[in-house]
Design a binder for this molecule. Structure first.
Ligand SMILES: [Zn+2]
Length: 294
């Protein structure tokens, strides 16, 4: 059972703890280029543990929106290297190392992807920071690296990590380049399944097997959604092809700023209205509210 709860009433900061239940908060729900709803970065909180799934270029500001900052957040899980998902990690690392000494945050990351994240994205701004550092700095100088373990599953490549009571399954997704026809041809990208209850697709092209399989156990599902066809995300049009029972437990996120103007993106279709509730989904994912699971 889940409830939707208002947060930050009267400007109060979002607590990074709960009374024991699982809480999921989308700090943003927008696409990479969205300006209205930040980017799709997600706080998962249970008891006194938390994980921030992705911290994009707007991530530090999105934390400020709910009364937090990068120093408060102690555990990060980057799903892939697009800037709307990892563009805030330089600020996270530098802030912790130089403003809050001895407060190195955790990062949940596979070894191979961690190397790629560092060498191709983060090292440029973080590798040389100190006159007497002696050697180039590394990802492990900024983050305590936590390694998920591979698990056998009938649903693709999956790794598990336990953060206190939060069980995180990480599954590979097929996101980019747009020509990738298999996960093996795709750059590293992942979605997450939390406590066997909440499935979040991560950035992905449309692979119907994932939502159909996870719908058998998930209570609530969040799927990224692009308002046009082609490109590197599942489109609204493609998601409409999912069985009604799957759409009925699915909220859509990672949407463009014109999400509420279906006349601009759904006008030539006769298969859907552009209003996700009318089209059989649960609706658009809402920014800065809590999905609480009891
Ligand atoms: Zn992406």
């Amino acid at each position: 059972m889940y409830e939707v709860t208002e947060i930050c009433k009267n400007g109060e900061p979002l607590p990074l703890e709960t009374e024991g239940h699982l809480r999921v908060v989308f700090l943003g729900t927008g696409s990479a280029f969205a300006k209205k709803h930040r980017q799709s970065n997600i706080l998962v909180i249970q008891g006194d543990h938390h994980v921030l799934v992705d911290c994009g270029t707007q991530g530090p500001q999105a934390l400020e929106d709910v009364g937090l900052n990068v120093a408060c957040v102690k555990c990060y899980l980057p799903t892939h290297s697009h800037a709307d998902h990892i563009g805030g990690l330089e600020e996270v690392g530098l802030t912790h190392r130089y403003f809050y000494k001895n407060s190195k945050p955790e990062m949940i990351v596979l070894s191979d992807y961690g190397k790629e994240l560092w060498t191709k994205s983060l090292a440029g701004g973080m590798e040389y920071c100190e006159s007497k550092q002696g050697r180039p700095l590394e990802l492990a100088d900024f983050f305590n690296l936590r390694r998920p373990s591979p698990v056998e599953t009938g649903c693709g490549r999956v790794w598990n990590y336990q953060q206190g009571p939060i069980e995180i399954s990480i599954m590979r997704t097929r996101h980019f380049p747009d020509t990738a026809v298999s996960i093996e041809e795709s750059q590293w990208c992942s979605g997450v399944f939390i406590n066997q209850r909440v499935w979040i697709s991560g950035d992905t092209m449309f692979d119907e097997n994932y939502p159909i399989e996870y719908a058998k156990v998930a209570e609530l599902m969040f799927h990224d959604c692009q308002l046009f066809q082609g490109g590197v995300h599942a489109s609204y049009n493609e998601l409409m092809s999912l069985p009604e029972s799957v759409r009925a437990k699915m909220l859509l996120y990672h949407y463009g700023d014109n999400w509420d103007q279906p006349e601009s993106w759904a006008k030539d279709t006769d298969g859907f209205t552009g209003d996700p509730v009318e089209d059989g989904f649960l609706g658009w994912t809402k920014q800065q509210i809590a999905y609480d699971f009891f």
